[in-house]
Design a protein around this ligand. Structure first.
Ligand SMILES: C[S@@+](CC[C@H](N)C(=O)[O-])C[C@H]1O[C@@H](n2cnc3c(N)ncnc32)[C@H](O)[C@@H]1O
Ligand SMILES: [Zn+2]
Length: 347
């Protein structure tokens, strides 16, 4: 009998060969061809090895030295602290159970238009990508952190999730041709880069005409409570962890609690943003606002009946003042996070 890992590897190789036309060289944007254990650029000759079944298509930024680049620092941090932890999940069934308890993952899973090719940029350990692939859709997860990708791959192989595929990529140097995806997801990632707007432009370029982008970012006001807790933890050498309910929640594994605590309070780099700022980003790349979580008009709760790919009311600046105030009061519960979905106009 062929060992399960070999079957999984063969399927991955087959997928790579079938889809090679959508890849490009992260160095020169040339076409890639699939060799036995590598992907090779037909233009500049660069060769990207496939190790442990993961194509290593990471290419470093070539920025002016005057521009800060936190990529290496962040890479080392996440190599040591892959996020999120898989500790609570022993099977695809338990992943489905947990993910569908959260409204965001459930709405996405129920509403991603049929046949959409999806990429998750900064997929970490690939929980969302693996979960979304279960419903018969192709999910590509990319991240720069190899230890996270190995965990993603391991879960995929163990549970035969043949429609999830994982690659190492720097989101500033995509290894896919422009306009290759109907939905680009990047949740909790751009704020860990030196230049969130440039990172946004880079991944927005991967959206096909009429397709969508979904980004999740730390909120300038929603994050205030976390900032205060960080200061308290730093001066008290991590006493009073009970101030963060996730960090002490007995219902979740200690590995998962640790991974949350490190990501939230020991992260070497994070920035914070507002809806108004992201609307400015959308304008610059001519994308249209579709939907936000929390909503951009106050006093409206989100439930399972929401249509997240249908244009929603944006509200005015005064609505946003109220929503921002509400973020200070309630937003901190989930780490002070907001999500924006936008659409690229059809050509
Ligand atoms: C907080 S984790 C989020 C993981 C996942 N999206 C989630 O919601 O659980 C941030 C991830 O972004 C990745 N990341 C940060 N900068 C990146 C870059 N320039 N290219 C690719 N991945 C990057 C990190 O390696 C890390 O896995
Ligand atoms: Zn090349």
């Amino acid at each position: 009998m062929i060992p399960k890992e070999n079957t999984a590897l063969n399927k991955e190789t087959e997928y790579l060969h079938q889809t090679i036309a959508m890849f490009c060289c992260p160095k020169c944007n040339g076409d890639l061809k699939a060799a036995e254990n590598s992907l090779d650029c037909v233009t500049c000759g660069s060769s990207y090895p496939i190790i442990d079944g993961i194509p290593r298509l990471f290419y470093s930024n070539e920025w002016d030295t005057s521009q800060e680049d936190v990529t290496d620092k962040m890479k080392s941090f996440y190599e040591e602290n892959p996020f999120p932890s898989y500790d609570d999940f022993d099977s695809a069934a338990s992943l489905i159970d947990k993910a569908r308890q959260g409204l965001f993952a459930k709405l996405l899973d129920d509403q991603i238009p049929f046949g959409t090719r999806v990429i998750e940029c900064g997929c970490g350990t690939g929980q969302l990508s693996n979960f979304l692939s279960i419903a018969n859709r192709t999910l590509i997860g990319v991240d720069m952190c190899i230890n996270s990708l190995k965990l993603a791959r391991n879960f995929k192989d163990k549970n035969s999730l043949d429609r999830a595929h994982f690659y190492q990529m720097n989101l500033f140097r995509p290894c896919f041709k422009p306009q290759s995806f109907g939905l680009v997801i990047s949740n909790g990632v751009l704020h860990h880069t030196s230049d969130p707007y440039q990172a946004f432009v880079s991944i927005a370029n991967l959206v096909s005409p009429g397709g969508y982008i979904l980004i999740g970012l730390y909120h300038k006001y929603g994050r205030l409570a976390t900032d205060v807790r960080r200061v308290i933890f730093n001066v008290t050498k991590d006493k009073f962890k009970f101030l963060d309910r996730h960090a002490v929640d007995e219902h979740i594994s200690s590995a998962k609690r640790k991974s949350w605590f490190m990501d939230q309070y020991k992260n070497p780099h994070e920035s914070k943003h507002t809806v108004t700022e992201v609307l400015g980003w959308l304008d610059k790349v001519s994308f249209k606002f579709v939907y936000a979580i929390p909503k951009t008009v106050p006093f409206v709760n989100i439930d399972e009946s929401e249509r997240i790919f249908k244009p929603d009311k944006l509200g005015n600046w005064f609505d946003r003042v109220i929503v921002n105030t509400d973020m200070i009061i309630k937003g901190h519960k989930e780490g002070g996070f907001f999500i924006i979905i936008a659409r690229k106009p059809k050509a």
